[in-house]
Design a protein. Structure first.
Length: 433
């Protein structure tokens, strides 16, 4: 208990015993000291190893987080690129892209602005993550404030509005959203500015090279998609104008049926909308409606404008126009989906029509819709052989032909449109396609 580890018995026999005992005591003390030093060294080494191990773990965690961020950011670029090729509507693509970008940047609120047609103002196109749009204008002058400056210089800008900006728009947005920093990334294509997107960060945004690269890559992808959408819209407009010109050329051959293709298209679109057709479905109806009589381009004016009853041979020529129409339309790749609709638009529900005599649901749905529209306009317009029928008489004919010529389901939908007041003859003369 008192630390004694040896002893000498009295009486002392000789000095040798005393010397040996003292030597053992000194050696024992040294051993104890050495052991204590060794234990301390081992403890210190273990503490250092634990420290280095913790540093290594932290570095691995940090590297793992950085890798996860890189993977996440590469993923968003991949998803945006895939969306650009799969989403046909620009507004859907922009909404999807801004949502993905916001999620990647810790759900930072963002706004996408595009130059309007005048190129003098920027329109708020998409907003994601904002608590309110109360202080966000729909339009901003192209050269106004921080946004205008970034667009004018065509380079990204990142700043703290409270410290660097007197721009009331961004100051109010930051106050409302609790943001302390803003990033403005211009959108441009071949040095032509298209707009910009802005992001609002709740903490000071210390941009890294990866952050800047990601924002720039997203801006490039959005810019290319916007430009592609413009080119596609121009192609679609040219396509529509070409089809409408063809329809006008066909209708102009008979002054009694001038505008027939246009009006049939209007009626068919009204029915199709009532039936819940998609945008793509409506576009197909529109193309088929405008071109449904294109096969008449191969019929002589003498037959088309004959005031009396047609002979059997002349009637055979008339009945060939859906066949010729399909041949013409199928020769143009972009119009092929409309070919079968045009080909069957004179079939009857009971199978007594032409050119194939198919019946009921064997007739394409779009053809059955077009048939009702075609019959109704023929009844309510002047022809060389008779005057136009009144709306009431035309409806009576439609009712009479339901189940024989006309699909009853579509006929009832058409009558519902008429009865609910959604249909007025005079409304269609200025109705936009």
């Amino acid at each position: 208990k008192r630390g004694v580890f040896d002893y000498i018995m009295k009486p002392f026999q000789n000095m040798q015993i005393i010397v040996q005992a003292i030597r053992r005591a000194v050696e024992r003390k040294q051993l104890i000291q050495d052991r204590k030093t060794l234990v301390e060294d081992l403890k210190r080494t273990n503490d250092e190893l634990a420290h280095h191990r913790q540093l290594l773990i932290e570095k691995v965690w940090k590297a793992d987080e950085e890798l996860a961020q890189r993977v996440k950011r590469l993923s968003i670029l991949y998803e945006i690129s895939r969306s650009a090729s799969s989403i046909t509507r620009l507004d859907q693509f922009l909404e999807s892209t801004m949502s993905k970008l916001s999620a990647t940047m810790n759900n930072a609120p963002c706004i996408l602005w595009l130059l309007d047609e005048s190129r003098k103002r920027m329109r708020r196109e998409v907003s994601v993550g904002l608590s309110t749009l109360e202080h966000v204008p729909e339009l901003i002058g192209r050269d106004e404030g921080n946004l205008g400056e970034a667009v004018r210089l065509n380079r990204p800008r990142m700043f703290e509005p409270s410290a660097e900006s007197s721009d009331p728009v961004f100051r109010q947005i930051c106050q409302r959203e609790g943001a302390v920093s803003v990033a403005i990334i211009p959108l441009s294509f071949e040095d032509t500015v298209l707009g910009a997107f802005t992001m609002f960060f709740p903490e000071s945004f210390t941009s890294t090279e990866e952050d800047v690269s990601l924002l720039a890559a997203v801006a490039d992808q959005v810019s290319v998609s916007i430009k592609n959408a413009d080119l596609f819209a121009n192609q679609q407009r040219l396509f529509r104008e070409t089809i409408e010109a063809l329809a006008t050329a066909i209708d102009s051959r008979d002054h009694y049926t001038g505008g027939h293709s246009y009006m049939v298209t209007q009626y068919a679109l009204t029915i199709a909308r009532k039936m819940g057709f998609s945008d793509d479905g409506l576009e197909l109806i529109r193309v088929a409606g405008l071109l449904h009589d294109i096969g008449k381009i191969g019929i002589s004016d003498n037959i088309l404008n004959k005031p009396g009853k047609l002979t059997e041979e002349e009637m055979g020529v008339i009945k060939a126009h859906p066949i010729l129409g399909r041949m013409i339309i199928e020769s143009i790749e972009a119009l092929k989906p409309a070919a079968r609709i045009v080909y069957h638009h004179h079939e009857h529900f009971d199978g007594s029509g032409y050119p194939e005599g198919i019946k009921a649901r064997d007739i394409p749905l779009e053809s059955r819709i077009l048939q009702v529209a075609d019959i109704f306009h023929a009844l309510t317009s002047d022809r060389i052989y008779r005057k136009a029928l009144s709306l009431e008489k035309a409806i009576a004919v439609i009712r009479e032909e339901m189940g024989t010529v006309i699909d009853p389901e579509i006929g009832n939908i058409f009558l519902e449109i008429v009865e609910t007041g959604d249909f007025r003859l005079e409304n269609f003369h200025s109705f936009p396609l």
